[in-house]
Design a protein around this ligand. Structure first.
Ligand code: ARG
Length: 575
């Protein structure tokens, strides 16, 4: 068994072995799991193996459970087992084992999380906005959710490649070129590049609707760009550079880093070959001058892979991208994070890549769009909210909070704290809900100090830190590392159980691509801690108990900090 194995893992292994020996199943290949309970009455973990083994063993589940309970010799981390209902086996962990586990976590940089990703590469394709267009709310959610998934997988030991698949290629660049040369306002371009590029595009698009020669010009410029004309190429590169620069200021504020910025253009040379493979495998056929892949049998509409004008489509690029990623990185999985409107696109090209025999495990993580009440954002224009303005507003509101709660704090520190709280609040609102549910954003909820919010958790963390600061100040001579943890009080035990389930929360969040599972865990943990704090004395407890409780506080703080960090939310020791 691995070092720092969780109780869940230890119980599963022990139960499997014990069942085999009690019922003479040594030769069989069974794997029995246990699951955490939420009700103390049923112990800490429960196993339903007696039900699943009824046939194999040839006895009633209740009887199997009873015989098992009578015959098995309990391992020392289990206090007792009980049988309930039709044959559930309930496990009660021993307090000393819980204490020892908490103590051992100090030596594990991963706080008990198994490094299941060792030696495996995962590509997370997220954010991926389009060049010369402002990020819309979908890109923002993709950035925040994708980054949490990125961090979770890294924590589990995966070699993660965060890839920003920019929309940097396509017919719009013809219109962009003509528009830019005719309409650009250099001052506006300096002040807000992406906004100006978009304005230029819209102006050019409007011209093209009325003016056939404008359309011709745009087409000619596009062809020149595609053929590698130096001047057009340079202009196109400028669009990309300006856009990335602006996107990066947002990523910096959000604490998001990419390993690669490989836009669609990166895969352009591969498109003809991709079409050839589709044709060779008889997957694509001509239809009205276009080349299509029929997906009727798979219950989906046809997918156009080459348009009648010879241009390629979004799906073609994505297919070529999968191929290139397999060749270069041999990923165990590729995770794409976008809004719900792209579900069909992903289903289509996933299906086609399978038909092509590409050996890739492709996952589309989609989320609903966030609902923004009209009154919430003064900066809202249509579907596009200006993220920078949203982040500014979050920081301003957080600063007000900090000024009133910590008026004596130096201003610089107040500002730094407000940044962590404001940005954290925006991210947490996104991450604390099931990605696929509709999220309604309100400032009241995002910044609610009493409720399920980032500031609530950040304050909880800071309060815990101050407890052990106070301890060190009062008892500077005591070396905590040398003191042992003891679990006695009921609330202490509840907290210890919750802490020991951190690795399971991380695994569940990563496996289900649902950072909200981790957020929920952290919120529960903070609440249990708070009743621990209210119900038992710390600094005033007798010697020994006092040190033990302070150590439990330290572990709670470490897990809160790490957990919030995996959601991309910063913590501060002092608030
Ligand atoms: N650029 C696309 C958009 O803004 C998102 C790209 C997602 N990634 C991908 N490989 N298709 O809608």
């Amino acid at each position: 068994m691995r070092e720092f194995a969780t109780f869940e893992e230890r119980l599963s292994i022990w139960t499997t072995d014990a069942m085999k020996s009690v019922f003479g199943l040594e030769g069989t290949d069974i794997n029995l799991g246990v699951s955490p309970t939420n009700n103390d009455k049923f112990g800490d973990y429960q196993c339903n193996a007696a039900m699943s083994l009824a046939k194999t063993v040839g006895k009633a589940p209740r009887q199997i459970a009873q015989e098992f309970a009578d015959a098995a010799v309990l391992p020392d981390f289990v206090e007792k087992i009980e049988i309930a209902g039709p044959g559930f086996i309930n496990f009660f962990l021993s307090n000393h084992a819980l204490a020892a586990y908490l103590q051992s976590l100090e030596n594990d940089p991963h706080l008990g999380a198994e490094q299941v990703g060792q030696g495996k590469t995962v590509i997370v394709d997220y954010s991926s906005p389009n060049v010369a267009k402002p990020m819309h709310i979908g890109h923002i959610r993709s950035t925040v959710i994708g980054n949490a998934i990125d961090r979770l997988y890294r924590y589990l030991g995966y070699n993660v490649i965060a890839d920003n698949h920019l929309g940097d290629w396509g017919t719009q660049f013809g219109l962009m070129m003509v528009g830019f040369r005719n309409f650009v306002d250099e001052d506006a371009l300096k002040a807000a590049p992406v906004e100006e590029l978009e304005r230029v595009y819209v102006a050019s698009y409007n011209m093209s609707k009325e003016d056939a020669s404008w359309r011709e010009q745009a087409k000619a410029e596009l062809v020149k760009l595609q053929q590698g004309d130096a001047e057009n190429r340079a202009l196109w590169e400028k669009f990309i550079e300006l856009s990335i620069e602006e996107f990066n200021t947002i990523y910096n504020r959000l604490g998001v880093k990419f390993d690669l910025y490989r836009g669609e253009s990166f895969y352009n040379d591969r498109l003809p070959k991709m079409i050839q493979s589709l044709e060779e495998k008889d997957l694509a056929k001509e239809s009205d001058g276009a080349l299509i892949v029929g997906l009727e049998e798979d219950g989906m509409p046809i997918c156009i892979v080459r348009k009648s004008d010879g241009g390629y489509n979004y799906a073609t690029t994505d297919l070529a991208t999968v191929e290139a990623r397999i060749e270069e990185f041999d990923p165990e999985r590729i995770i794409y994070v976008t809004d719900e409107r792209q579900q069909l696109h992903f289903k289509q090209f996933f299906t086609i890549s399978e038909k092509l025999g590409m050996n890739a495990n492709l996952v589309h993580v989609w989320f609903g769009l966030m609902r923004l009440p009209e009154a919430t954002f003064s900066t809202r224009e249509g579907n596009v909210i200006k993220l920078a303005a949203l982040l500014d507003e979050a920081e301003v509101r957080a600063l007000e909070m900090v000024k009133s709660s910590s008026p004596e704090m130096p201003e610089e520190q107040q500002r730094d704290l407000a940044k962590a709280i404001g940005i954290g609040a925006i991210k947490y609102t996104d991450l604390s809900q099931n990605p696929q549910s509709l999220v309604t954003f309100t400032w009241e909820k995002a910044l609610n100090m009493q409720g399920n919010s980032a500031p609530y958790l950040q304050y909880a963390y800071a309060r815990i830190s101050s407890v052990y600061d106070k301890f060190h100040a009062t008892y500077p001579e005591i070396e905590l590392e040398k003191c042992s943890i003891n679990i006695e009080h009921e609330i202490e035990r509840r907290l210890a159980i919750k802490l020991s389930r951190f690795p399971a929360a991380i695994r569940a969040a990563a496996d289900n691509y649902s950072p909200n599972i981790l957020a929920e865990y952290l919120y529960d943990l903070a609440q249990i801690y708070s009743s621990f704090y209210q119900n038992v004395p710390f600094l005033k407890a007798e010697e020994g108990v006092r040190e033990s409780r302070i150590r439990i506080c330290q572990t709670t703080a470490a897990i809160l900090k790490q957990g919030l960090g995996l959601l991309g939310i910063e913590t501060r020791e002092r608030i």
